[in-house]
Ligand binder design. Structure first.
Ligand code: F6P
Length: 324
C-alpha cells in the first residue's frame, strides 16, 4: 500500500475529525501518502481530492463535524457512478480506502470493494450506535452527553411549571441513545423502537407517578419508537386522557450531532484510525475496526452491515426501578 484515501460519509458525528487526523498521521508515521476525499462517495465520483500531511490536520482533534464534509450520494448507488469513482482513484494512484460512517457508508464501500477488488477499511461513525461489531460508534458518547445536558436544562423549566415534557431523541431505528441518555437524565419513561411500551401502560405509569407525588416528569422518546403516534400526537393523547397533565414537547434534532467530541470519542477515534491504517498495511481488506471489551477489533464488513445490535434489556429494568 502506497497511498490511502480517507472519506467521511452519511450523517456526521463528533469524533470524525479526530479519526481523520488519526488516519492521516498514521499514514505519515508509516511513510504512506494520504489523500482526503471531500463529500464522501460523491467527491470520489467528482475527483474532489486533496493531499493530506500531518500538518493539514492540526487543531481538529477537538472539532465537531467533519473537515472533509459529508454527503449521502445517490450516484454512488449506480454502477456508472462507482465506475467513475474507481477511475478517479486509479488516476490518483490511491490503492486503499478508509471510510468513516455508518451502515450506508459500509454498504456502499463493500459493494465497491467487491466490484473492483479494492481494499477498504471501515471506521464506525454515527451517533446512533447501531453498528454490529463495536460497543461504541464514534460520536455516540458525545451525543449522550449533549442529550443529558439539554434534558438537565429542560428539567429546570419542567419542575418550575409542574409540567410533563416529551423529549424526542435521534437514533433512527435504534434506541441506544434514548435509553442510555434517558437513564442518565432521570427520565420517567423511555420509549424505544426495540420495546413497545404501549399507550395504556404509558398512561398508567404517568398516573402512578402523579399519585406518588411527582409534580413534573420527563419522558424520553426515540425518533424510531413503535408507539404509533408522533410526539405531538402523543402530547394531545395524554392531555386528552390525563387532564391533570400540562404537556410540552421538545424535539432535540440536529444539535445532537454537533459539538466538540468527548474525551472518550477522541481516544476511540485515535485508536480506530491507527488500527484501520495498520490493518491495510498488513494486507487486510473489507473489515470494520471497532471496540469490543475495550480492545480494538476487526469485524468483516458484511457482518457489520448485516448484524443487529441488541439493546441491553437490563437497562430497561434499571430505568423502571429508577422511576419508582
Ligand atoms: O444517522 C444519524 C442520524 O442523525 C439519525 O439519528 C437521524 O435519523 C438521521 O441521521 C437524520 O438524517 P439527516 O441529517 O439526513 O436528516
Amino acid at each position: 500500500i502506497k497511498k490511502i484515501g480517507v472519506l467521511t460519509s452519511g450523517g456526521d458525528a463528533p469524533g470524525m475529525n479526530a479519526a481523520i487526523r488519526s488516519v492521516v498521521r498514521t499514514c505519515a508515521y508509516h511513510n504512506i501518502e494520504c489523500i482526503g476525499i471531500y463529500r464522501g462517495y460523491q467527491g470520489m465520483i467528482e475527483g474532489d481530492f486533496k493531499d493530506m500531511g500531518p500538518r493539514s490536520v492540526n487543531n481538529i482533534v477537538n472539532k465537531g463535524g467533519t473537515i472533509l464534509k459529508s454527503a449521502r450520494s445517490n450516484e454512488f448507488k449506480t454502477p456508472e457512478g462507482r465506475k467513475k469513482a474507481h477511475e478517479n482513484l486509479v488516476k490518483a494512484g490511491i490503492d486503499a480506502l478508509v471510510v468513516i460512517g455508518g451502515d450506508g457508508t459500509f454498504t456502499g464501500g463493500l459493494l465497491f470493494s467487491t466490484e473492483f477488488n479494492f481494499p477498504i477499511m471501515g471506521i464506525p461513525g454515527t451517533i446512533d450506535n447501531d453498528i454490529f461489531g463495536t460497543s461504541h460508534t464514534l460520536g455516540y458518547d458525545t451525543a449522550l452527553n449533549t442529550v443529558i445536558e439539554v434534558i438537565d436544562k429542560i428539567r429546570d423549566t419542567a419542575s418550575s411549571h409542574n409540567r410533563l415534557f416529551f423529549v424526542e431523541v435521534m437514533g433512527r431505528d435504534a434506541g441506544h441513545l434514548a435509553l442510555n441518555a434517558g437513564i442518565g437524565a432521570g427520565a420517567e419513561e423511555i420509549l424505544i423502537p426495540e420495546e413497545d411500551l404501549g399507550l395504556e401502560r404509558l398512561l398508567e405509569s404517568l398516573q402512578k407517578s402523579k399519585a406518588s407525588g411527582k409534580s413534573s416528569s420527563i419522558v424520553v422518546i426515540a425518533e424510531g419508537d413503535k408507539i404509533g403516534k408522533n410526539v405531538f400526537e402523543l402530547k394531545d393523547y395524554v392531555e386528552a386522557n390525563l387532564p391533570e397533565y400540562d404537556v410540552r414537547v421538545s424535539v432535540l434534532g440536529h444539535m445532537q450531532r454537533g459539538g466538540s467530541p468527548s474525551c472518550f470519542d477522541r481516544v476511540l477515534a485515535s485508536r480506530l484510525g491507527v488500527k484501520a491504517v495498520e490493518s491495510l498495511i498488513e494486507g487486510k481488506e473489507s473489515y470494520m475496526v471497532g471496540l469490543q471489551c475495550d480492545k480494538i477489533s476487526l469485524t468483516p464488513l458484511d457482518q457489520a452491515i448485516k448484524g443487529k445490535t441488541e439493546i441491553d434489556r437490563e437497562l430497561l429494568r434499571v430505568s423502571d426501578i429508577m422511576s419508582t
